[in-house]
Design a protein around this ligand. Sequence first.
Ligand SMILES: Cc1cc2nc3c(=O)[nH]c(=O)nc-3n(C[C@H](O)[C@H](O)[C@H](O)COP(=O)(O)OP(=O)(O)OC[C@H]3O[C@@H](n4cnc5c(N)ncnc54)[C@H](O)[C@@H]3O)c2cc1C
Length: 527
Amino acid sequence: MLRRALRFGLGPALLGRGLGTQREGSTLGKAEGSGGYRGSGVFSVSSHVTFRTRGPGPRWEDSGSLGAGAWDGKVSEIKKKIQSILPGGAWSPLCDTSHLPPEHSDVVIVGGGVLGLSVAYWLKRLEKQRGAIRVLVVERDHTYSQASTVLSVGGIRQQFSLPENIQLSLFSVEFLRNINEYLAVVDDPPLDLQFNPSGYLFLASEEGATIMENNVKVQRQEGAKVCLMSPEQLQKKFPWINTEGVALASYGLENEGWFDPWCLLQGLRRKVQSMGVLFCHGEVTRFVSSSNHMETASGEEVTLKRIHEVHVKVDHSQEYQPVECAIVVIAAGAWSGQIAELAGIGKGPPGTLQGTKLPVEPRKRYVYLWHCPHGPGLEAPLVADPSGAYFRREGLGNNYLGGYSPTEEEEPDPGNLEVDHEFFQEKVWPHLARRVPAFETLKVRHAWAGYYDYNTFDQNGVVGPHPLVVNMYFATGFSGHGLQQAPAAGRAVAEVMLEGRFQTIDLSPFLFSRFYLGEKAQEHCII
Ligand SMILES: Cc1cc2nc3c(=O)[nH]c(=O)nc-3n(C[C@H](O)[C@H](O)[C@H](O)COP(=O)(O)OP(=O)(O)OC[C@H]3O[C@@H](n4cnc5c(N)ncnc54)[C@H](O)[C@@H]3O)c2cc1C
């Protein structure tokens, strides 16, 4: 019965999860949910979503009226005035608490990377009434030193095998092309994403040729412009490629390329702040929740949970600040699996929904940058070799960057982000030099490592609600394609939160329930 209910996917059943904290009198459908569950076998929660607004908190200004920046400015102005009146020098009667999170927020987003910010952006953009939803983004590292977003290689492509992935990227490219319409902030300079239009060139061996043909069929059906090339055509267009072992190639003619991830991140950050989203520099360390034990009509026991408070450990302090909330969004990138565990997800008997983990973990990926004066030159697309090696041009000075997708056995230890230069010698360079003979003489100039937010189940994103932790949502696990899909994925998650179902792109195959049901959303084009 539980499996059947989950297979129904999203509907009012799982989604009428209103906003409002416990203190304010919850509008979340826990009572209705518990009542309806036994009889019907589905979580019959009202599809009506109610928003509760609260007056401004003691330290933070409410969304939409006065931004956090303006509030900070006012506080320091008042402090200066008081200091100038009072006798004595250094003593301050007002302790600045602007670094602390607010005591309550309708939505708390864990992780301020591109996915967390995109969810925040779309929540504010789609809210029915300006300032109706208070959104807090909690980010533990404002330098983003380990965030996948800034360590990525910034690529966007339409060449996927799943229609959902193609649609996500198609919307995202439209978003990126019109970034200064979506993310414009009055009086701020326009963003320059450094978008570099260039196709992806996927190469297939005899073994992979049929899959490639099928993929391209799907891509074209979804509206992507992709052509297939024989080895002869390939040789003619890109004479620097050695076509040995290549049976077929697919090449993106439009809407593919790469851009500056940092610029997208900062653009989103700037925009959401102007929309009234609150930011807090701290680490989410705990969730306080209540449980409701129930039985399905077929006798299966289920425990529904609801989070009431998120504990945020503030930087440089042992203290934590509880934030009362109605909804939590997990957008913690490679660390999302750990955060889900904090909420008890996966801590149940194996084989049960309760015992099903969020299968997202850090996987280390190296990126090497090399110089090669006689390399492919300006016309070089992003080349994805059947071996798992890939490369693209970087800038205009005969530099290239690339890496290699390791097999399970070759996975580097994710314990730190140190670069292994042997890995290039042994795993990357031989494939590069075989495919592009000019790369025999390349010189590595720089390298870095970053974490894929790797979904070990099927390497695709996880979006939407958790079936048992009724006020927890996901926007994570996009593995190697989360940067490009963030604009569309954030919109999808916001739609589910606000409207109860996906409105623009149906991402039901990417719901958490697939992990329990064993239904993979298998993507064949993973780099
Ligand atoms: C080498 C490499 C190349 C890539 N290339 C591409 C590409 O070409 N195209 C593409 O689309 N994608 C690419 N990706 C993948 C892409 O970068 C990610 O899928 C995407 O950036 C994930 O965004 P995110 O916001 O989920 O994660 P992140 O950017 O990692 O953000 C998550 C944030 O959560 C914070 N956090 C974690 N735990 C907590 C906590 N407890 N409390 C508060 N904050 C917390 C972290 O500090 C982090 O800043 C690449 C990734 C790598 C590593």
